[in-house]
Design a protein around this ligand. Structure first.
Ligand code: SAM
Length: 300
């Protein structure tokens, strides 16, 4: 049976425990998103392993925390792991943080966590922001099954090849992208996955200029080109999965229009999923769209 705690009674709420490794999520833009528990743990561990000690130093000083820091990034992680494991075994407590969001998600920390697991040391999560999950949660694109892709290759030919591999998957894809490649990436998305594939572009999440739009890939290319400000900042793309083989959106729509004459959106979607092999969640969203967002229309 699962055990839950009130925030003030969790065994780790007060302070870090000797020999424990804490994986702490930090804000992706809005400093208020560092959780109270995250602050408590960062305040009480013996040492913090940080992707960039200057960035983390600024975060810590905002919260009035002063702590010994060790730089832990992709170039030194493998070499540092054994000494960090020795510290934990000697009873020190450690936190690992990255520049933004959840460590290990396109960020350092994996080698340390794996080594701690291998050494049978407790690894504790202090969860919080993650740009991929934040974007998925606001995209309105099916979230029941998704693949986190991280960054696509920067070389155009390799990026297109990777998109061809991913493009047949029926689950949602989540991609990270930088400002200088976002336009090329969207061009490739539209040409490899097709102009009608729906994509959510989410930029600057939790920051002053947060923006998120959902539209077919080809329209998104034009939307981005229309205003140079839209290419600024940090991006997540949430890409709708490929339609079920053989049955495209047009056929789903035709099927649903017939069923919606007699049934509620939920029943129509269930039946359409059985008939077409498509996903019920997608068909339900489409049914609502056809009904003009009115989830109660139709006869039970
Ligand atoms: N570990 C981080 C996480 O949990 O999201 C991701 C780190 S990865 C090196 C950085 C990328 O995450 C950025 O290039 C961008 O694609 C995405 N990202 C981070 N912060 C973001 C934000 N505020 N809005 C949109 N995307 C963001």
């Amino acid at each position: 049976m699962s055990e839950t705690f009130r925030s003030d009674e969790h065994p780790d709420a007060q302070s870090a425990v000797a020999g424990h490794l804490y994986v702490v999520a930090t804000p992706i833009g809005n400093l208020a998103d560092l959780s109270p528990r995250g602050q408590t743990i960062l305040r009480s561990v013996d040492r913090i392993c940080a992707e960039d000690t200057r960035n983390t130093g600024m975060l810590l000083s905002h919260f009035g925390i002063s702590k010994p820091l060790t730089a832990l990034h992709e170039h030194n992680e493998a070499g540092l792991v054994s000494s960090l494991i020795e510290m934990l075994q000697a009873g020190r407590s450690l936190a690992v943080v990255s520049d933004a969001g959840t460590p290990l998600i396109s960020d350092p920390g994996f080698a340390l966590v794996r080594a701690a697991r291998a050494a049978d040391l407790p690894v504790i999560t202090v969860p919080g922001p993650c740009a991929a999950i934040a974007a998925l949660s606001i995209a309105g694109i099916p979230s029941d099954a998704f693949s986190f892709v991280g960054f696509l290759p920067s070389k155009a030919s390799q990026r297109r090849e990777r998109l061809r591999e991913l493009g047949t998957q029926s689950n949602t894809l989540i991609v990270y992208e930088s400002s200088h490649r976002i336009a090329d990436c969207l061009d490739d998305l539209a040409s490899v996955l097709g102009p009608t594939r729906r994509v959510c572009l989410a930029r600057e999440l939790t920051k002053r200029f947060e923006q998120s739009v959902v539209m077919p890939a080809v329209e998104l290319v034009a939307w981005l080109a229309a205003d140079s400000n839209r290419t600024r900042g940090e991006f997540v793309l949430v890409i709708e999965g490929a339609p079920a083989a053989g049955v495209g959106r047009a056929e789903h729509e035709r099927l649903l229009r017939v069923l919606l004459k007699e049934l509620s959106p939920s029943k129509a979607a269930k039946l359409a999923a059985e008939l077409s092999g498509g996903r019920k969640s997608e068909l339900y969203a489409l049914a609502l769209e056809i009904n003009g967002g009115d989830g109660v229309a139709g006869v039970e």
